[in-house]
Write a protein that binds this ligand. Structure first.
Ligand code: SF4
Length: 343
């Protein structure tokens, strides 16, 4: 299949194609970008700097409201200790992710990120925030997205990743996360990140109550955004963990996840990297390499998903043995500094 597919064709594939057929199409699409038996990975840690959040997404088991018991903000020493531990196990990527904490203004983050850059230089790369958190902070600071992006960039930030997207339809957001901004806000903010010279990524979470149409709308919006900006480094899809959340529900099967990865690889013909989620699929994540994925993280911590039932495996050699048994060579990949911000 060399032509770009529509959402109608994608729906037909989803309903009608066998696993083998989807795999074959996804591998052909993967082959336009990558060697067939080769995959890349990173060792990373998600640092959840605060669990205080006012967004109240019903699928989240992580947050506490301001003034509720159990809220925390990590000290700078805590953050440095976590980064030091990551370096000790051979990782070099940190993702900062927390809640919409009304007590922490944009300057708090700029100071923290500047301190991390000063202490570690380029030994560590970090995803500073998700787009959702960025929107909240810009809004609170009464700054345009362009102004807020410039402040982060000037503090040494290179990446603001596409987290907090879940399912990018207005209806999904009003059902589950009505305080988490609109889809329009999300892409306006992400466009400002790209235009500031920083890098960004696309993400998606499946397995709530979203319809196939909603999944395809998310993919369509992602592809359109990439056509417009060419700013997305990668697309990562993970799966909803329902334990301890207000929304509840059940986990989807690995097969459904693999099929969605295949469909994403086929549909997103303008995104180079399709990433599979070891954080939420564990050993099953590696099978997605056969379904078009080419890259993955080995995370050593993420409190947000762990609170909702994710299991972290710290024996990284044992994990890497799995894709090797599947026939892949695996190569460590360092996060790139954006060309526009080259020192
Ligand atoms: S998912 Fe993120 S924004 Fe939503 S309640 Fe949890 S911490 Fe807050």
């Amino acid at each position: 299949m060399s032509e770009r597919i529509t959402t109608e064709v994608a729906a037909e594939l989803w309903h009608g194609a066998s696993d083998d057929e989807l795999k074959r199409l996804a591998q052909a699409a993967r082959g336009c970008w990558h060697e067939p038996d080769h995959a890349t990975y990173m060792v990373m840690r998600i640092i959840n700097y605060t669990n205080v959040c006012v967004a109240q997404c019903d699928y989240c088991a992580f947050y506490v409201l301001p003034n509720q018991e159990g809220g925390y903000v990590l000290s700078r020493e805590d953050v440095f200790a976590k980064i030091d531990e990551l370096l000790e196990v051979g990782g070099d990527l940190v993702a900062f992710n927390g809640g919409f904490n009304p007590k922490l203004p944009l300057e708090f983050y700029c100071d923290l990120f500047a301190a991390v850059r000063e202490r570690y230089g380029d030994r560590v790369e970090f995803y500073a925030l998700t787009i959702a958190e960025f929107v909240y902070l810009a809004d609170r600071a009464k700054l345009s997205y362009a102004e807020a992006a410039a402040r982060l960039r000037d503090a040494g930030v290179h990446w603001v990743t596409g987290g907090g997207s879940e399912i990018l339809t207005e209806d999904f957001r009003s059902r589950h996360a009505k305080w988490k901004y609109t889809v329009l806000d999300y892409f306006d903010a992400q466009r400002a990140i790209v235009e500031s010279g920083m890098k960004t990524t696309a993400t998606m979470v499946i397995g709530f109550d979203e319809t196939l149409d909603e999944r395809l709308e998310h993919l369509q919006r992602t592809r359109d955004f990439q056509d417009e900006t060419d700013g997305l480094f990668s697309f990562l899809c993970w799966t909803y963990k329902p334990y301890g959340t207000a929304f509840g529900g059940r986990e989807i099967s690995p097969q459904e996840y693999w099929r969605h990865i295949a469909l994403s690889r086929i549909f997103l013909d303008n995104v180079k990297h399709i990433r599979t989620s070891v954080l939420t699929q564990n050993e099953e994540a590696f099978r997605a390499l056969d379904y078009g994925a080419d890259d993955f993280d080995l995370p050593i911590e993420d409190e947000v998903t762990q609170k909702a039932g994710a299991r972290i495996e710290l024996d990284l050699d044992a994990l890497l043995a799995i894709p090797r048994q599947l026939g892949y060579t695996v190569e460590y990949r360092r996060a790139e500094r954006p060309a526009a911000l080259t020192a």
